[in-house]
Design a protein around this ligand. Structure first.
Ligand code: AMO
Length: 446
């Protein structure tokens, strides 16, 4: 905001006929009694117009909030005829207001409509008339004029910064790995393939192989980026393009990186609680208090489930129904650790004292999986053997495997679905609420 004020020219310089100065001196939220008698210039959009004859009260909103302006003489007709949501700059003197919602108002001398809005608009961005979610997504840019919606993305931005700051303070460096790749990183069928100069290429499902290789030279890395999965899932938690926070660290074991996940989640929640209470309130979200995060083993989960009548055998994956049952008993965050090795990807390390089990974990929130991670195999011979065991061709991973012959350190890491974490911390029921332009099986626009 400071920058905006510095950039703004003085109000007096600005008035060339027909050429409105687009700079502002203040944001709406900065107006207050300390500015009474001063000239200000606000840029925003028209939210409401109340015509009372010789004057009109106009509510102008900008990205920070709303303010009341009073227009008189020729400007009354301009304001009354203007379409709601048109972009304007207004300039005038601040005075005390009798209005219930505004301590001060701007008595306007300049009222310039910069860009008109159509009528009717596809949605009501004030949120007074609720629009269907699909319609909101179709008009997402306009939807963001709704302070409740904008608050979610301000929180998201604050959350990303908190994650970056924390990881950097823990010695991680941020990296960017390719999203166009020549072969599958994780195996499995959910890859998007496309033609790439007469060859076959794919969109990255995860930075898994790259981040592991990078521990060899960079020790601790993290990446925040988009990943792509051709999942034919129609749920409130799956997208075909999602944002993940991935970390990988040399010389750490899986418990160490679980501690780090915990720190990350606590740090984001703390950032929201302490520095974003206005955004939380606007978004209609509560503060998230995180108590002790339990660490249940997979086998403890099976025992718990058996008691509720959900009988699963060792080696069975935890179905959606099973996770929902666990989620009822453990409503907040909890880890599920030590999964059967065969349920985890080829790169996961076995437990030395029980090779049926793996050094792996998921972080859950209720039924929702937020993170998976673990200790990785660093021994190339073991890794080759595991690929073959899982029916994958080690030849297809030759590029990756060669790095393991260059002194690969033991390493551990995880991938955190950032969109899902945002769902939990904002109370959103659908992951699409916290993603600007969600991509799923049906949606490819806007
Ligand atoms: P995984 O496949 O479990 O692990 O993905 C990690 C986390 O990413 C999120 N996620 C998704 N979010 C929205 N839509 C999707 N389609 C989707 N798929 C996954 C989830 C999930 O927990 N390479 C490993 C991570 C690691 O071991 O480091 C991996 O990708 O929150």
């Amino acid at each position: 905001m400071e920058k905006v004020q510095k950039m703004a020219r003085s109000v007096k310089d600005s008035e060339k006929p027909g050429m409105a100065d687009i700079h502002r001196t203040h944001y709406a939220r900065e107006l207050g009694e300390h500015l009474v008698g001063k000239e200000v210039r606000i840029g925003g959009w028209i939210e409401d117009v109340r015509d009372i004859g010789k004057l009109a009260f106009v509510t102008v909103r900008d990205a920070t909030g709303a303010c009341q302006i009073i227009v008189t003489s020729d400007n009354v007709q301009k304001a009354v005829q203007a379409q709601r949501q048109s972009a304007v700059v207004v300039a005038g003197v601040v005075q005390k207001s009798k209005a219930r919602d505004f301590p001060v108002e701007v008595k306007v001398s300049e009222f310039s409509i910069l860009t008109g809005a159509v009528h009717p608009l596809p949605i009501d961005p004030t949120g007074r008339v609720e629009s269907a979610f699909d319609k909101r997504l179709d008009a997402r840019a306009l939807d963001l004029r709704n302070p409740k919606v904008a608050a979610i993305f301000r929180l998201r931005s604050a959350g990303l910064k908190a994650v970056r700051d924390l990881l950097r303070s823990e010695g991680f460096i941020e990296v960017n790995t390719p999203k166009i790749i020549g072969s599958a990183s994780e195996g499995g069928a959910n890859l998007f393939g496309f033609e790439y100069f007469k060859r076959k290429a794919y969109l990255a499902q995860s930075p898994q192989l790259y981040k592991e290789q990078l521990t060899l030279g960079l020790d601790r890395v993290f990446e925040i980026g988009p990943y792509f999965r051709a999942e034919n899932s129609h749920t409130v938690r799956h997208l075909t393009e999602f944002t993940s926070v991935d970390v990988e660290a040399a010389f750490l074991d899986y418990e160490d990186v679980m501690d780090l996940v915990e720190k990350v989640v606590r740090t984001v929640a703390k950032e929201f609680n302490e520095n974003c209470s206005r955004e939380l309130e606007l978004a209609g979200a509560k503060k998230t208090e995180i108590g002790k995060i339990e660490r249940l083993t997979y086998e403890q989960c099976l025992d718990e489930l058996a008691k509720t009548g959900e009988k699963l055998a060792f080696g069975d994956d935890l179905s959606d129904a099973a996770l929902r049952k666990l989620g009822e008993a453990h409503s907040g965050f909890y880890f599920i650790t030590d999964w059967p090795l065969k349920l985890k990807p080829f790169y996961i390390h076995e437990k030395e004292d029980d090779p049926r089990l793996s050094k792996s974990f998921d972080l859950q929130h209720g039924y929702l999986e937020l993170v998976s991670g673990g200790r990785r195999l660093h021994d190339p011979a073991k890794l080759r053997a595991r690929l073959a065991e899982q029916g994958l061709n080690p030849e297809g991973f030759a590029e990756h495997l060669k790095a393991f012959d260059w002194g690969m350190p033991p390493h551990s890491g995880w991938g955190l679905g950032f969109d899902r974490l945002m769902m939990v911390l904002t109370g959103a029921q659908n992951v699409r609420e916290v993603v600007l332009y969600p991509r799923d099986t049906d949606r490819l626009t806007p």
